[in-house]
Design a protein around this ligand. Structure first.
Ligand SMILES: Nc1ncnc2c1ncn2[C@@H]1O[C@H](COP(=O)(O)OP(=O)(O)OP(=O)(O)O)[C@@H](O)[C@H]1O
Ligand SMILES: [Mg+2]
Length: 282
């Protein structure tokens, strides 16, 4: 195990990250720290800047100003292969892997370890990743023929196979059914408990409440609040940020975040026979 590969001593630190595109600031002065051992969930409305922030955290997007450091070193100064040995990324929009089988997509996660001692682990890492993402049975299928959720799980398996100590996942559960949403986030938490730093973008605030160590709420390109789910996921803050009344209720020890809705429309009355006295005379 090389020193460069498995240590995430100081985690990920973003300071004053600002991204300006064509004169418009889409991310303004964001500070965020993600430590080894924790799951930080980014939430916020569409267009709030979550994917842009994730891009800056991964090193794929150079901020207009501010800095992002991974283990005390600016992400921009890592060589591509060293960065790929330290952090794995699941993008919001999957690039379609035409012509590849699911197994080959998962194998791509091992590419950064080519010719490194860790390559000895390739087969084990691939098998474990496929099992944890529940895609082993899809291994021989052509990736483009998989369902949306199946593709997302194969991509998650690729991320796990990479075996990095920093995971950055942009809406990994968006296409998943209820069982697989829970399973994926349990794996994310497990990774964190084993020492990884994990950043996950989610829209489902109840999932965020259940699985986040800390939640960071973004709105209009800025951090609106950061803290534990109980500190941050309050009706007042969420109603303000989402421009929709939101309730937070406790159920079986977990917070459930629910949009306030008007009364459900009454179901159509069952058709019943007319009473005798109303019957038309023959
Ligand atoms: N290259 C770009 N050029 C112009 N505008 C951009 C560019 N990239 C992002 N934006 C804008 O910046 C804002 C933030 O985008 P971003 O993708 O980070 O949002 P998000 O929080 O991930 O939203 P969603 O929940 O819909 O995925 C959006 O209004 C988007 O249209
Ligand atoms: Mg996004």
């Amino acid at each position: 195990m090389s020193a460069t590969s498995r240590t995430t001593d100081r985690g990920l630190v973003a300071r004053g990250v600002t991204v300006t595109v064509d004169g418009t600031t889409i991310l303004g002065g964001v500070d965020l720290t993600v430590l080894p051992g924790e799951v930080v969930v980014l939430v916020g409305p569409n267009g709030a800047g979550k994917s842009t922030l994730l891009g800056a955290l991964t090193g794929d997007l150079e901020p207009t100003s501010g800095s992002v450091e991974l283990d005390g070193v600016p992400v921009a100064s890592y060589r591509a292969r060293d960065l790929a040995r330290r952090r794995a990324v699941l993008l919001q929009q999957q690039r379609l892997a035409f012509g590849f089988r699911a197994r080959e997509v998962v194998e791509m996660g091992r590419a950064p370890w080519h010719r490194a001692p860790e390559a000895e682990d390739d087969l084990r890492m691939i098998a474990e990743a496929e099992a944890r993402a529940d895609v082993a049975h899809l291994a021989e299928r052509l990736y483009p023929t998989l369902s949306g959720g199946e593709q997302a799980r194969v991509s998650f398996a690729r991320v796990l196979a990479q075996g990095t100590r920093l995971l950055l996942l942009d809406e990994p559960t968006a296409a998943l059914d209820l069982q697989h949403q829970e399973a994926l986030l349990r794996v994310a938490v497990q990774e964190a408990r084993e020492g990884s730093a994990v950043v996950v973008v989610l829209h489902d605030l109840s999932l965020a409440a259940a699985y986040a160590d800390r939640v960071c709420v973004l709105a209009h390109g800025a951090v609106r609040a950061t803290g534990t789910p109980r500190e941050v996921l309050t009706p007042a803050l969420l109603s303000e940020v989402y421009h929709h009344p939101v309730d937070v209720v406790e159920h079986a020890g977990h917070l459930l975040v629910v949009p306030v809705r008007g009364p459900a429309s009454a179901p159509p009355a069952p058709s019943s026979p007319l009473p005798k006295e109303d019957s038309c005379p023959v």
